[in-house]
Design a protein around this ligand. Structure first.
Ligand code: HEC
Length: 412
């Protein structure tokens, strides 16, 4: 059983690694093209159909790039497509969602205090929300409402706020944020898969057949690509927020998420304006800092646990607390970990419990048994640099206690 815990942990690490790499590749190429597009210069004498050009220097060479608005007169022989970065980011992200939140639904997805649902039901809600999100978004963009880009963006913003609130009514705070990120990222990847790439394929087919491509195809792709641009930074915030309980562990977490979407716009707007050589709108940074301060303030509002939730946790913990050696494990944790992992840490320089992990009571130890095992029993990750001098025997004790207790089915 414990081999399984280790293999599982490594599998999620591998998928996370892939996800981060492909995400970097996708965002890197998309930021590059947005900046390139905004900075294009026109001059007399450009080839027929060319809208603008740019000179760039990178890695010891000069690049001369020209953009054709609809398409060049003749199809080039080699054409490079940018799509796998996006597809693999989505696929690996979905893999993570399944490994962490579906497989570990009891721990990470379902919060009985929020909504007491079964595992399959919670997973079904999650899947349906992602699919439905894309369908609704796509429909709104195609409707007459989508003809005005600004009006469309404002509507989409309020929809995202509603979705942020909605997810906090369904899942744990952590899962709510991750789902809001996945909801948005699914729209972004689907924009590439269902709109941007197919439209480009149609243009290529028209060119090969000698027809004049429809400019509306390019316009639609551009609209979706602009949405993707403004959504990128908030999605990254939401994905990273999992490691920062301050961001999701308050009852106002959905308001924080709403402000994060605004920060995505204020930050991108500065870069987009700069890249278009239209000056440097400093007010966007002022707005960003104010939004961030508001977020920090909101994050200090604690979440209240209902009485029912506390009672439930207490019953589950009793069986584990009664297990052999528990008191030795507790002594180890209290002696080696609690100075940092406390509501009010006593360790110099540590102000809040690191990663939100609190190890003060029996219930805390039960709730974090698997993490304690992985961080301090099986690996030497904790305590950092072994500052509190945990001994090998104590690590052995944690490991053997967990392995025995999990065999007996008492902990996750
Ligand atoms: C000196 C302070 C300190 C002590 C003592 C300490 N920790 Fe930590 N712990 C940290 C910090 C800091 C982090 C956050 C590390 C990071 O940012 O990756 C952390 C993170 C963790 C995490 C979360 C890991 C993750 O990435 O999700 C767990 C679980 C944990 N510690 C368990 C323990 C256990 C068990 C002990 C005792 C054996 C212990 N810690 C002792 C400071 C401490």
């Amino acid at each position: 059983m414990y081999e399984y815990a280790i293999a599982w942990d490594w599998l999620t690490f591998a998928v996370r690694w892939l996800h981060v790499i492909t995400g970097i590749a996708w965002i890197g190429s998309s930021f590059y093209f947005v900046a390139l597009d905004l900075g294009l210069k026109q001059r007399p004498g450009l080839p027929v159909g060319a809208y603008g050009e740019e000179w760039q220097v990178h890695g010891g060479g000069f690049y001369h790039i020209q953009k054709y608005l609809v398409a060049p007169a003749n199809m080039p022989e080699h054409l490079i497509w940018f799509k796998w970065e996006s597809y693999v980011t989505w696929l690996s992200g979905f893999g993570m969602l399944a490994l962490v939140y579906y497989a570990g639904a009891d721990l990470y997805l379902i919060d009985p205090n929020v909504l007491d649902v079964s595992k399959p039901m919670a997973i079904a809600i999650s899947l349906a929300s992602l699919g439905f999100g894309w369908l609704a978004y796509d429909m709104i963009c195609r409707s007459p409402f989508g003809n005005d880009n600004t009006r469309l963006m404002v509507l989409l913003y309020f929809i995202l706020v509603a979705v942020a609130w909605g997810y906090t009514q369904l899942f744990t705070g952590r899962a709510a944020y991750l789902h809001l990120g996945a909801f948005t990222a699914t729209i972004m990847s689907a924009n590439v898969f269902f709109i941007i790439i197919p439209n480009q394929k149609k243009v290529v087919a028209d060119l090969i057949a000698g027809r004049t491509p429809d400019p509306a195809l390019g316009k639609q792709a551009k609209q979706r690509s602009t949405h993707n641009n403004y959504l990128t930074l908030p999605v990254l915030f939401l994905m990273l927020s999992n490691h920062y309980p301050l961001a999701f562990g308050t009852q106002y977490n959905w308001i924080i998420a709403s402000l994060v979407f605004l920060m995505g716009v204020t930050i991108r707007h500065w870069f987009n304006t700069r890249h278009a050589n239209k000056g440097s709108p400093t007010w966007t940074w002022l707005a960003t800092v104010l939004l961030f301060i508001a977020i920090m303030w909101l994050s200090t509002v604690p979440k209240v646990l209902s009485e029912g939730g506390e009672a439930r946790a207490a019953t589950a913990a009793e069986a584990v607390v009664a297990s052999p050696d528990f008191y030795k494990v507790r002594d180890t944790v209290l002696g080696r970990c609690s100075m940092c992992h406390a509501r009010e840490p006593g360790w110099e320089g540590i102000i809040v419990p690191p990663k939100g992990v609190i190890l003060e009571s029996d219930g805390d130890i039960v709730a974090h048994a698997r993490e304690i095992y992985l961080q301090a029993g099986r690996s030497h990750a904790m305590p950092p640099a072994n500052v509190t001098g945990i001994t090998e025997e104590e690590r052995q004790l944690i490991a053997s206690w967990y392995e025995r207790t999990i065999k007996e089915g008492k902990v996750q």
